[in-house]
Design a protein around this ligand. Structure first.
Ligand code: 4GN
Length: 252
């Protein structure tokens, strides 16, 4: 899989992608990164990439020409189908299923905006899709592009080992994850749930699914609404509710 990013700060992408799962995937050649600086596609002596907004107002806008040339160069870098994505708060909210969709593509080209945004004519003609991480604003699209690179890379075959496979994650089933614990089994009066130390793998799976269902209901009920729960899952959810009522809690 090849990711291309058009950015004024290519080093930011290159450096962050060196760590962890993305770093390993790049090392192993499963992922390739192409970085394109619109400043390299300017023609004036000052290498200008921004200009004042038509209509007035504060801030600057990323100029069309350097961005368009950078996108074209990135596309032409190798043959094959490329989806051009722009990351902005105006985009469609990204979900895990979109990452799954991206992971089946050969290439994704992302445009990382800065300042007040990019010239809208690019969105009309050079961009295929506009995506948002969520309802908040950050100062540049680079961190958003890195989120996509990371979220997609960890879904690619061979990137995660069999035991850490993303396939068995709760989120793939539309549920929040269950709690995790490691040693020691007790610390400052806080014990690891007994069942997790029982060695009964069927019971452990059942407990984890119950926690996933319960946490999803408590924290993200709208996610549960989208699911058709099995009879067993309904039973687990009822068990979660009755077990929760017996313990005094101020969270979850
Ligand atoms: C994306 C980009 C938020 C998101 C961004 C988001 C850079 N902020 N919610 N900032 O996915 C003006 C230029 C804002 C591009 C954009």
């Amino acid at each position: 899989m090849r990711f291309d990013v058009v950015t004024l700060f290519p080093e930011m992408i290159a450096e962050a992608a060196r760590y962890g799962v993305t770093g390993k995937a790049i090392e192993r050649g499963i992922v390739r990164l192409g970085l394109w600086n619109p400043r390299d596609f300017t023609t004036d002596k000052r290498r200008t990439v921004d200009d004042r907004p038509y209509g007035g107002g504060p801030g600057m806008v990323m100029m069309l020409q350097p961005l368009r040339q950078a996108i074209r160069a990135a596309k032409a870098a190798e043959p094959g189908m490329v989806r051009v994505a722009y990351l902005s708060p105006q985009g469609v909210k990204l979900r895990q299923t979109d990452f799954i969709g991206f992971s089946k593509q050969e290439r994704i080209l992302m445009v990382a905006g800065r300042y007040e945004g990019i010239d809208e004519r690019l969105v009309e003609t050079d961009v295929d899709e506009e995506w948002s991480l969520g309802d908040y604003v950050i100062s540049g699209g680079e961190l958003a592009a890195l989120v996509v690179i990371d979220g997609v890379t960890r879904l690619l075959p061979k990137v995660l080992g069999a035991d850490e496979s993303s396939q068995q994650e709760s989120f793939m089933q539309g549920l929040l994850d269950h709690p995790h614990y490691t040693r020691p089994d007790t610390i400052e009066g806080q014990a690891v749930p007994e069942i997790l130390q029982s060695g009964d793998h069927a019971e452990i799976e059942r407990w984890r699914l119950k926690q996933s269902l319960g946490r999803t209901m408590r924290r993200r009920p709208e996610l549960l609404d989208k699911l058709e729960l099995s009879e067993e899952q309904k039973i687990l959810l009822k068990e979660f509710i009755s077990e929760q009522k017996t313990v005094k809690r101020n969270k979850q």
